[in-house]
Design a protein around this ligand. Structure first.
Ligand SMILES: CC(=O)[C@@H](O)[C@H](O)COP(=O)(O)O
Ligand SMILES: NCC(=O)COP(=O)(O)O
Length: 248
């Protein structure tokens, strides 16, 4: 079964339009977990335009006190600041993403052949200091997976942006889906678990999970938050859970 982690960055982005505490990032996170989300994801960037460092203790406490079997996933570029942040918060999963501070959103995975030695050290450090599962953001490129595994990570998160951007071109979407399937096969052959995320929607999630039933987790924010404006967060989470093949 594919698990669903709800990314709260888009909720935080809306909150940050004003110097006011709503919509509440923790409150929407609670509704998502009550509706059966398997976990929460945040991607705190250095400029704090989405989730802020100060959001993280409350989300940690929410999971610890009310949903102890669910997971907190923190994504980010592994600067020293980021590493100290995850060491403080102790998430169940850390997803390392190679994005620059000014980047609008994440748009590529690691080049494991070039960055492998650096990532190996970071993965080793986080395993000792957090005990978290470590996932590395990856393009759908089977030839990178052996080098990804050599870093010592547990999983890769396949970047699904190119697949998500084909929403009006079914043939191109089918080609991107095949690339994701081939990359999953290569990653699993190297002993890695596989997550996926970026620009996923209920519509493109259903064929993704049907084609790649071994996906361990999808993390979804933008498309899920857009649907939550229409259907409400609880009903939206149930829709995405059903798209993941879960009973909801
Ligand atoms: C790592 C990744 O794929 C991103 O999708 C990200 O976490 C989304 O972040 P934003 O919502 O901040 O663009
Ligand atoms: N890791 C991807 C993620 O958390 C959410 O990405 P998106 O759904 O906001 O594009």
């Amino acid at each position: 079964m594919t698990e669903l982690s709800v990314n709260l960055n888009a909720v935080a982005l809306l909150r940050n339009r004003r110097d006011l505490p709503w919509p509440s990032v923790t409150g929407l996170g609670r509704i998502a977990l009550e509706a059966g989300a398997n976990g929460l994801t945040v991607h705190p960037r250095p400029d704090e335009r989405h989730t802020r460092r100060s959001d993280l203790p409350a989300l940690r406490a929410l999971i610890d006190t009310e949903f102890p079997e669910r997971e907190f996933n923190i994504e980010g570029n592994p600067t020293e600041d980021f590493l100290e942040l995850v060491e403080d918060i102790q998430p169940e999963q850390v997803t390392l993403v190679p994005d620059d501070p000014g980047q609008v959103t994440s748009d590529h995975g690691w080049n494991f052949k070039a960055d492998g030695a650096r990532l190996h050290k970071i993965v080793a450090r986080l395993k000792v200091t957090t005990g978290a599962r470590i996932s590395l953001f990856a393009d759908a490129d089977p030839s990178q997976m052996a080098a990804a595994a050599e870093t010592g990570c547990d999983r890769v998160e396949l970047y699904t942006g190119p697949y998500g951007s084909c929403h009006d071109d079914p043939e191109a979407a089918a080609r991107e889906l095949e690339k994701l399937a081939q990359a999953t096969e290569a990653a699993m052959a190297c002993g890695l678990g596989v997550n996926a995320g970026h620009d996923l929607t209920v519509e493109n999630l259903i064929p993704l999970v049907l084609r790649i039933p071994d996906l361990a987790e999808v993390s979804i924010g933008h498309g899920l938050t857009a649907d939550a404006l229409i259907h409400g967060m609880a009903e939206t989470v149930r829709r995405f859970r059903r798209a993941c093949g879960q009973d909801a």
